[in-house]
Design a protein around this ligand. Structure first.
Ligand code: SF4
Length: 296
């Protein structure tokens, strides 16, 4: 069977050597997800990866960062990941860092020793769809993990020395849940040590279980105002030393700052409050054209 899923990457990996590792998602059951539907889970063999590496080698520096594409390549058996890493080291002995995406339960299936070994072989960072810290919302969206499970596994990554960037969806719980989600998500991240937290605004894509929930009246989308209010509550409660990166086309407001930079953070908080105060609901709805994105 051929790989047919378009390869995607986080914005932060724009300059990395991108190598296909998997297509599809081993879980494939989050209600809001449009990414991997219809693509059976498949992984490249180390030999296939080597061919791709050889083809790209002339175009990347010896110390390049490398990103393995796929919704959750970290679900693969540890030995497969080690085989990939051996291929990469053979052709890029000085590669800077290897990153890929993972679910929380993919981490739980690796022993601490395996995490340590992968770190020593070059696994530097995981991108993780934590999505939200509110258990009721995680359950509503069938995310497959709780806040406590996320904290437990992220602490294991801390222990193994594997950095992580987390994704947080503003508005995931729908209308009326913004404040609770902002507080719960900040409380979750305050217990761990994310290198970076990125946000995207909830968008309901067609042909997802969530779109069906909306049609049945089981879910009402949060307004852009409520998403921005959730962001404000979240940032007000976020105390951990991390980097907030909200530059994304699905966000109504785009900021990026080190959370420890109090002056910059206060400037951002003041800007958000002013936007909420001085903009009509209609102005805020126009900040992101989600209807257009729904038809992409
Ligand atoms: S884990 Fe990620 S890719 Fe898989 S279904 Fe959930 S959101 Fe989609």
């Amino acid at each position: 069977m051929e790989f047919s899923e378009p390869a995607m990457r986080p914005p932060q990996e724009a300059r990395s050597l991108l190598l296909r590792a998997t297509q599809g998602c081993t879980y494939n059951a989050c209600h809001f997800c449009y990414v991997s539907r219809g693509y059976p889970f498949m992984a490249v063999t180390p030999e296939q990866m080597e061919k791709e590496v050889i083809a790209h080698k002339p175009f990347f520096p010896a110390n390049t960062a490398i990103y393995l594409t796929g919704s959750n390549p970290f679900a693969l058996p540890t030995q497969t990941l080690k085989n990939y890493l051996s291929v990469l080291r053979r052709h890029f002995p000085h590669f800077e860092a290897l990153s890929m995406q993972s679910r929380i339960d993919d981490i739980s299936r690796k022993t601490s020793e395996e995490l340590q070994q992968l770190r020593e072989m070059g696994l530097a960072q995981l991108y993780i769809g934590t999505e939200n810290g509110n258990d009721a919302v995680l359950q509503l969206m069938n995310k497959g993990h709780s806040q406590a499970q996320a904290v437990e596994q992220l602490l294991r990554l801390d222990e193994a020395g594997i950095a992580y960037t987390t994704f947080y969806v503003l508005g995931l719980g729908g209308k009326g849940t913004g404040k609770a989600c902002g507080e719960a998500t900040a409380a979750m991240f305050n217990q761990v040590h994310p290198r970076r937290i990125t946000t995207t605004g909830m968008t309901i894509f067609p042909d997802t279980p969530l779109a069906d929930m909306v049609a049945l009246g089981q879910f009402t989308e949060a307004s852009e105002r409520e998403k921005i209010e959730e962001l404000l509550v979240f940032l007000e409660h976020l105390k951990v030393d991390t980097f907030y990166d909200g530059i994304h086309y699905l966000n109504p407001l785009n900021y990026r700052f080190a959370n420890a930079n109090v002056q910059e953070k206060n400037r951002v908080l003041a800007d958000i409050r002013e936007t909420l105060r001085n903009s009509s609901d209609k102005d805020l709805e126009l900040m992101v054209n989600r209807k257009q994105m729904r038809s992409l």
